[in-house]
Design a protein around this ligand. Structure first.
Ligand code: AGP
Length: 607
């Protein structure tokens, strides 16, 4: 997830671009850059790190010109560095991009074979070359050259391009990454999100998938990939800037909950190989045949993802998996060695305990694969390989979209290992790959069906304790549901394996203790219903999480929150959603600071 801005009009572009990027810094902040076209040609300034570094460069050497583009980067391909910062240039063309070009490697190879030189490791730079190539081959306009480039790329993009030879215009295209046009008086704006332009205009056009736009100071001309003219409605924005940054949501956490289908789709994009029924781990090959076991290490919510990873990997590859808290592993003289694969999971990539566990495992000869959301952070750097989740920056301290994106990464690893171990046959692989591909759509359906849970929150906000129970893949979700509630609503909560209730925790049940029972249809369903009956017999209040249309469950619960049907291995993507929304709604009902709960930090870089 990156931030994009563009401006053309009568004013100096640089201050407008910088103010816009400042508003988009929440989308990414590992490097930033601008390209401004003026009397001195195109001036490109780029800087690694936060925007302040770019501002210092601009103060020394202010670019002049009334047309420009700017970018704040959240690295996906290529580490954060000045060379990888956008804009990328080829000939007279400068390009900025938010998204992932899936087929950039073959395109890069073709362009290199044609004699083109690359200055970065990014997927974006190929687009600048493709546009430049199209212009040199005689494309009649900049927008047509963009179309020629777009016909060659697959993936997600919001792309914006300018060319020295085509002054006074900016061209752009959107597919699966957001892009908005802002219409001012004699000036026009482009941005990934409306906060970047709210100071200047409230009249905007939200581009749709496949839209291509040519922008001048006078306005915007929209067309499709074939050049057919398009009309899109002009909308008037009524949000203030702070609301707009959160996409109109009152908190980042809620925005991030609703971003999950997109985060999963982006994490799977280009890696889930539908036709080959396989998963590409971007160069990290795992040969399960020589492995003794897989060890999954993490803390907090990422540890819960690891617990689900065990089900996924053991289910697909039949390789034994162990899951350990990184904070425990590092201090217990662990039995680990070259015959083990260690998978460490960390959203931030900076958690001190997880980093120490990586060092411990590597010192004992294990190969370590990291799953992280932050490119080039400490844990990926210390590991042998990395599979990045593409959730975009997570601002809310309580992790939501990074958790489900971690599950997507683990599912990819499971498929990859299952195929190579020979344990996941073509038929089962086709089924799993197909179901995984459907998951983002099912998550959207679940989120739309659940509503805001305000009424439920009003009923339960004064509860002193909460229990969460589940079996199989939904046991870790019970732990995660309890953690979410503790973190932001400050209500004491415990997660248990449903079968464990009778071994102790059932003593806690009395009149009105809310018990969240994870009971989607699938293996263990009948058993969970028996555990539910035990709670009911002791007057617990039951909130059931079940499959849509399950009348039997509805008859046994005080409340039911429904999700679409899914195979057991992939149910956690869905069952976690009502728990995230419920914790959020209760925290709001209690008036708590949802995005920055007391005593917690987003990255725990201390022991
Ligand atoms: C999750 O909501 C928490 N904020 C916390 O448990 C977190 O998952 C844990 O600190 C691990 O963080 P990491 O994924 O960045 O390593």
């Amino acid at each position: 997830m990156c931030g994009i801005v563009g401006y053309v009009g009568p004013q100096q572009a640089t201050p407008i671009l910088i103010a816009g990027l400042r508003r988009l810094e929440y989308r990414g902040y590992d490097s930033a850059g601008i390209a401004v076209v003026g009397p001195r040609g195109t001036q490109v300034l780029r800087c690694q790190g936060k925007l302040a570094g770019l501002e210092a460069m601009i103060a020394r050497e202010p670019p002049e010109g009334t047309l420009g583009i700017g970018h704040t980067r959240w690295a996906t391909h290529g580490r954060p560095s000045e060379a990888n910062a956008h804009p990328h240039k080829a000939g007279g063309v400068s390009v900025i991009h938010n998204g992932i070009i899936e087929n950039y490697l073959p395109l890069r190879a073709r362009l290199q074979a044609a004699g083109r030189k690359f200055a970065s490791e990014t997927d974006t730079e190929i687009v600048a070359h493709l546009i430049d190539e199209a212009l040199l081959a005689g494309a009649p306009s900049l927008v047509e050259a963009l179309r020629v480039a777009l016909r060659q790329v697959h993936g997600a993009y919001a792309l914006v391009a300018i060319s020295e030879k085509h002054p006074g215009q900016i061209v752009a295209a959107k597919n699966a990454s957001p892009l908005v046009v802002g219409l001012g008086q004699g000036e026009t704006f482009l941005a990934s999100d409306v906060p970047a332009m709210l100071e200047h205009t409230r009249e905007v056009i939200f581009l749709d998938e496949g839209d291509v736009v040519a922008v001048t100071a006078e306005g915007a001309t929209l067309s499709d990939l074939d050049g057919k003219p398009l009309a899109r409605p002009v909308r008037t924005i009524t949000w203030d800037a702070a609301q707009a940054e959160k996409g109109g949501y009152p908190h980042f956490m809620l925005k991030e909950i609703f971003e999950q289908p997109r985060a999963i789709a982006d994490t799977l994009r280009g890696r889930l190989l539908l036709e080959a029924h396989d998963a590409d781990l971007e160069g990290f090959e795992i040969d399960p045949r020589g492995l003794r076991r897989v060890l999954l290490l993490a803390c907090g919510t990422s540890y819960h993802a690891g617990l689900i990873g065990k089900f996924l990997i053991e289910g697909a590859a039949r390789i034994p998996c162990e899951v350990d808290l990184a904070s425990e592993f590092r201090y217990r003289d662990p039995v680990v060695g070259p015959e083990d694969l260690v998978i460490v999971i960390s959203q931030s990539g900076e958690t001190a305990d997880t980093l120490a566990a990586v060092k411990e495992a590597r010192a004992r000869g294990a190969r370590v694969l990291a799953i992280s959301n932050v490119v080039d952070s400490a844990i990926p750097r210390a590991s042998n390989g990395v599979l990045y989740t593409h959730a975009g920056p997570e601002i809310g301290v309580a992790s939501t979209k990074c958790f489900t994106a971690q599950l997507a990464a683990l599912a990819l690893i499971a498929i990859h290992m299952g195929r190579r171990s020979g344990q996941l046959g073509p038929e089962a692989a086709t089924k799993l790959v197909g179901e995984l591909a459907l998951t983002p759509t099912k998550m959207t359906e679940a989120l739309e069906g659940l509503g805001d849970l305000k009424q439920l929150a009003r009923e339960y906000r004064y509860a002193r304790d909460f229990l969460f129970i589940g079996r199989g893949t939904n046991y870790p979700i019970a732990l995660e549901g309890a953690l979410k509630l503790k973190e932001i609503s400050y209500i004491h909560a415990e997660g248990y394996a449903a079968g464990e209730m009778k071994h102790g925790p059932i003593a806690l049940i009395d009149d009105g203790v809310p018990v969240v029972v994870l009971a989607p249809r699938g293996p263990g369903y009948e058993k969970v219903l028996s555990n539910l009956a035990e709670v009911r017999a002791r007057n617990g209040h039951i909130i059931g999480i079940g499959t849509q249309g399950d009348a039997q469950l509805a008859g046994l619960c005080d409340r039911v929150l429904s999700i679409p049907d899914a195979p057991a291995a992939l149910q956690p993507f869905l069952t976690v959603l009502p728990l995230q929304l419920m914790s959020y709604a209760i925290a709001v009902a209690k008036g708590n600071d949802v995005d920055q709960p007391r005593n917690l930090a987003k990255s725990v870089t201390v022991e």
